[in-house]
Design a protein around this ligand. Structure first.
Ligand code: PLP
Length: 373
């Protein structure tokens, strides 16, 4: 009998659970006649700002736009440098390039895959304006040390929290450490819309005011103080996110529970290194990413067993053709390069069943010649 395929993610699961409420919310927006910057956007901005422990939320089109607008609002541009991780989704460094500044990479901490504070310090120059830590896979970067470095060197912090909504460091939520924090509501993220969406979080009132103008071309009432762009979270997505938000804590706990089950079932397999949650962090397991010996063979083996996996990310950013003009070469960031060779992400989504996790763990155990559990 052919086994049922286990996908890397099940994007329809949450919507199916809440279908009547989501359809009601959509109908309400359609009937209201208010489709851009209405009550729903205001409400989700307030709710998420409060969850993140900051004063203001600014709903925008995507996580990428959240990063670009944040950099722009902080007046970062031509001639400036921003230090970020070479082991991330392209949008982190891309946003820096889009505002005209230069991304400067600093290698990662091999235990957490997050940017290493010691490496950040080595990269600070007269041109450095900001640090953009990425809370990769759902675990906060070392914000205690990064905040100290930023303070000592008068640098801004822009937190790329696209993968880490609700994650905490020393019990303080991500997005509350820097001048700004950026979230994505792309469907695969822990809080996903039914399309694109993002949000900027800040407690700086003046920055919030500027960002709200910036997402509407820089002005209001046909008077423009400066130029911005068109980037707004729309009412439909906001209404859908409002239906889903009350379940986010439960879904996050489900991700954590799934992670615990994997850890228990795989703890004796020396060929893999399981995700490490630092004691001072609350990891939200956007991804369950491990390092594996013979990673590509393992992936193929699992695929043949009907188990989908992903490699986030197969190439570090400094070796991407798009960034070749920065002049980096192989060997510049050995930890990011090693991670790109070794990592594999397993299904972890809420809705994944315990027997599916056992099936995946047993397939991994068989691959490495271990007894099934
Ligand atoms: C998803 C993601 C983004 C971009 O968010 P979009 O909403 O897709 O534009 C930025 N940074 C990281 C780390 C991400 O995972």
């Amino acid at each position: 009998m052919k086994k049922e395929t286990i996908p890397i993610n099940d994007l329809a699961y949450q919507q199916k659970l809440l279908m009547p409420e989501i359809l009601d919310a959509i109908e309400e927006v359609i009937s209201s006649g208010r489709y851009v910057l209405g009550e729903k956007v205001e409400e989700i901005e307030k709710e998420i700002a409060s969850l993140c422990g900051v004063k203001f939320g600014i709903g925008v089109n995507s996580g990428t736009d959240a990063l670009i607008l944040s950099l722009h609002a902080l007046h970062i541009g031509r001639g400036d440098e921003v230090i970020t991780s070479p082991f991330s989704f392209v949008a982190s460094a891309e946003s820096i390039v889009i505002v005209g500044a230069r991304p400067v990479f600093a290698d990662i901490d091999p235990l957490t895959f997050n940017i290493s504070p010691a490496e950040i310090e080595k990269k600070i120059s007269k041109r450095t304006k900001a640090i953009m830590p990425v809370h990769l896979f759902g675990q906060a970067s070392d914000m205690t040390t990064i905040t100290e470095i930023a303070k000592a060197n008068s640098l801004y912090i822009i937190e790329d929290s696209a993968q880490a909504i609700l994650a905490r460091h020393k019990n303080k939520p991500v997005c509350s450490f820097g001048e700004v924090g950026c979230l994505s509501f792309y469907p695969t993220k822990n809080l996903g819309a039914i399309g694109d969406g993002g949000m900027i979080l800040t407690s700086d009132e003046d920055l919030c005011r500027r960002l709200k103008l910036m997402r509407c071309h820089g002005g209001r009432d046909y008077t423009f103080q400066f130029l911005g762009t068109n980037s707004r979270l729309d009412e439909l997505q906001a209404a859908i996110l409002l239906v889903k938000l009350p379940y986010l804590k439960k879904w996050t706990e489900e991700r954590r529970k799934n992670g615990q089950i994997y850890k228990e079932l795989l703890k004796d397999v020396e060929e893999i290194q399981l995700p490490y949650e630092k004691p001072e962090n609350y990891h939200v397991y956007h991804q369950f990413t491990l390092r594996a010996k013979n990673r590509d063979e393992l992936r193929n083996y699992l695929l043949n067993e009907g188990i989908q996996t992903m490699v986030y990310y197969p190439h570090p950013l400094h070796l991407q053709p798009a960034f070749s003009y920065l002049g980096y070469k192989e060997g510049d960031f050995p930890e990011a390069e090693k991670a790109a060779r070794e990592v594999i992400s397993l299904p972890i989504y809420p809705g994944l069943k315990e027997e599916q996790i056992i099936r995946i763990a047993n397939a991994i155990r068989r691959f490495y010649g271990r007894k099934e559990v």
